[in-house]
Ligand binder design. Sequence first.
Ligand SMILES: Nc1ncnc2c1ncn2[C@@H]1O[C@H](COP(=O)(O)OP(=O)(O)OP(=O)(O)O)[C@@H](O)[C@H]1O
Ligand SMILES: Cc1cn([C@H]2C[C@H](O)[C@@H](COP(=O)(O)O)O2)c(=O)[nH]c1=O
Length: 203
Amino acid sequence: MTRRFITFEGIDGAGKSTHIEALAERLRQRGGEVVMTREPGGTALAEKLRELVLHAPMDALTEALLVFAARRDHLQQVIAPALARGATVLCDRFTDATFAYQGAGRGFDTGVLGALETWVQQGLQPDLTIWFDLPAETAAERRAAARTPDRFEQLDTAFFNRVRSGYATRFEQSPERFARIDASLPREQVWAQVVDHLERRGW
Ligand SMILES: Nc1ncnc2c1ncn2[C@@H]1O[C@H](COP(=O)(O)OP(=O)(O)OP(=O)(O)O)[C@@H](O)[C@H]1O
Ligand SMILES: Cc1cn([C@H]2C[C@H](O)[C@@H](COP(=O)(O)O)O2)c(=O)[nH]c1=O
């Protein structure tokens, strides 16, 4: 069975969650185990760290260390075992989010983030990263209609413009790994782009 590690990225409110469940269903219909998970989170320990990262005041280094600590536990307990048994793992956010939010958004040293990435992941990278890209203003309008904001969602458009440019930098560094989706379009057209990228890979 083909093991695949697919991650979903984008600024808050980009529309990732809307499509992950549908993609899981599509892949299940083709046979094989599909594991849906998220970061920060995905294990009991990592979900506790998620609560802190999303709600407790802290500086950018603390934030970066906590998301990587959560990631290490998640990789050890969930992602690596699932990939080893041949499952497809769909993960709502991964390390590109750390470069985008803590790196570009908060201004934290990306060299340090790169060192942590190497230590924590030991070379493991997603096979495909679906990046839901849209203007910060559009995402803010969607979030406003949807929910109570957490620590990140309270930040201004300038922060989310930096986060978006952080994703663009990661995209430029590894274009073969990324599928960039125009997430400003209506849901059906966003989904059609997701399917098109999978079909291009024969998935
Ligand atoms: N293409 C779309 N057009 C208009 N609204 C959308 C579209 N896709 C999703 N939405 C709406 O925008 C809001 C945010 O979507 P969603 O929760 O899927 O985003 P997200 O990227 O998972 O956000 P977060 O990462 O912050 O959890 C929801 O209310 C959702 O219904
Ligand atoms: C993995 C990761 C996440 N974040 C931020 C990005 C979001 O604002 C939240 C997660 O919320 P979501 O609704 O589940 O998308 O956490 C981060 O700053 N750094 C990271 O590495």
